[in-house]
Ligand binder design. Sequence first.
Ligand code: FMN
Length: 348
Amino acid sequence: MNPVPAALGLSATDITGVLEAASLAPSLHNSQPWRFRILPDQIELHADLARSLPATDPEQRELRLSGGAALLNLRLALQAKEVRPLVTLLPNGYRAGVDGSGALAVVRYGGHARQSPELTGLVQAVRTRRTNRRPFIDAPVPVSHRGQLLRAAESERGWLYALSGRDQHAAVRDLVVGAHREQLANPDFLAELAAWTGREGAHWDGVPVSAGGPQPEPQDEWVLRDFTAGRGHIRTAGKDFESEPLIVVLCSFHEGPLAELQAGQALQQVLLTATTLGLSASFLSQAIEVPHIRAKLRRALETTLEPQAILRIGFGSPVPATPRRPVADLLLPQVTPPAHSQFDRSPT
Ligand SMILES: Cc1cc2nc3c(=O)[nH]c(=O)nc-3n(C[C@H](O)[C@H](O)[C@H](O)COP(=O)(O)O)c2cc1C
């Protein structure tokens, strides 16, 4: 018997597919820190706090970004099934969303969803999007593609800031290097990295060696994390990254859990749009994770916005997928929680 119940007028099989799509979202170290409660008239997204990474993400900001990314996938999957999702963020208030006693989001039936080629493209991209840590082809991202990425962020109330000029690139690169070094000096951070990445054998979560990308080398301009546990997939000496990657900073207009859930949706909309354009992306989260360097990053960008994710974007070659937990593992018991809503939102 399918352990997933029917909901929102969709069958158990459809809801299973919707949850599978949600769980294909990116998450810090592929921790997949989400759970779902399925009730006849609503799907709740909850944080799985047992999967938080306290040394890397002490405020659980990236956990909520990941939750937002899963929510965007869930919305798209419902729309593909002709259900217009009506989303309420933090339905039981800010504190309940943060301490895990309430949902991050509740999704209800909001009417019939129209189909469009754009929706179909994004839904397909949910399955093909991957974090690509390998060197990209040395070809610039066309201006029209940049415009589409910017609009993708805006459509989900985010802002995509593209670095420009040699000085700004150098300033942000130095911040990433500085943050990277600080994190490598923290034994708790290293323990999390070792526990979750460089994995071999059968796992449902974490980053396998096959997807970890190359082992970092001194000549790399942008320091990617070493996800290889010393067993880099590409270890050829002298491998070179592209000379002019597009480096963008996804920002929110506010700070706090609500803004982070929105930023996660904007992040995923950018990543999926990039995928539909044939582009790949990897993350440079170090400079945002270390608080005092994050403050310097805002100054380097000359912005009052809140930086939430730094991405390197370009044309990459195919990379292997990372694993996901089975849907049955993602389900919370079906008890009806008290609900009252603020921040109601349905897609336009
Ligand atoms: C908020 C957030 C921060 C991330 N930071 C990094 C990072 O700094 N370096 C990196 O290589 N990958 C980073 N990732 C990518 C995850 O490792 C990746 O999403 C996960 O392993 C699942 O793989 P997939 O994206 O290919 O599905 C981040 C992902 C999220 C959502």
